[in-house]
Design a protein around this ligand. Sequence first.
Ligand code: 13P
Length: 282
Amino acid sequence: MPLVSILPQLKRAQQCHYALPLFDTVDMYSTDAMFAALEEKKAPAMIAIYAGALDRPNARAFAAYIRARAEEATVPVSLMLDHGGSFEHCMQAISLGFTDVMYDGSKLPFAENVANTRAVVRAAHAIGLAVEAELGHVGFGSEYQEFGAQRKGFTNPDDVERFVAETGVDILAVAIGTAHGLYAGEPQLDLDLLREIRARVDIPLSLHGGSGCSDQQFRDAITAGIAKVNVATDLFVTTARRLTEAARAEDMHYFAFGKIAVDSFIERCGHYLDVFGATGNG
Ligand code: 13P
């Protein structure tokens, strides 16, 4: 089927208390494996390209490749822009055929984040796409002890209703203790804060920085109201480790590396689909 906007699927996930993953892809191996995992698990999901990759010379061709792979898929898949840093990024992605966009104004003052998000929402809604925005700021795992673990950047629940009402945003990324990349220490999630945010608005809530959380933390966060979980680092770190191990063997064939990479991505994506309860919901 053609690529879809993921919003109806996310609303269903929210109602039925499971979550859909967003997997960041970087190449054909990771993309092919993501489609294979989604088919195998009969699950919908977002496959995403990080905004920084829009500047690469292959951005148009890569988006077209994902679009073509989706045509052959039997499960609903959205191609989402991850962390668009500007209105222009989001429009560029839409022009390349993305079906949902995240605009990330989380480092900006509240009013500026509202104004920029609203502009992206207006343009995206005009052509039927959904928009995610971030309120509060999810930092990096490398600075976790100085940032997330100190509750820095956490979403203020008192801002949530106003942000959603004034922007018209469809999906809200919240900062409740996760971080992007490998964590220094262990992630600690504030589920009371999450429940408070959940009670203030009824749009799907998104958890970034999925890599490094335990299966139980995912289950608890989904029970407390998360409907979308972003995962990237673990897919690439685990796969790189497996490739490094394989490379120690004598006479490794180039094609064998490709298979190891694809199998690794399929296994990791399948794991997350099962833990999030997305399996069987395509
Ligand atoms: P991780 O790389 O920590 O899994 O985070 C992914 C993410 O949130 C992308 O937006």
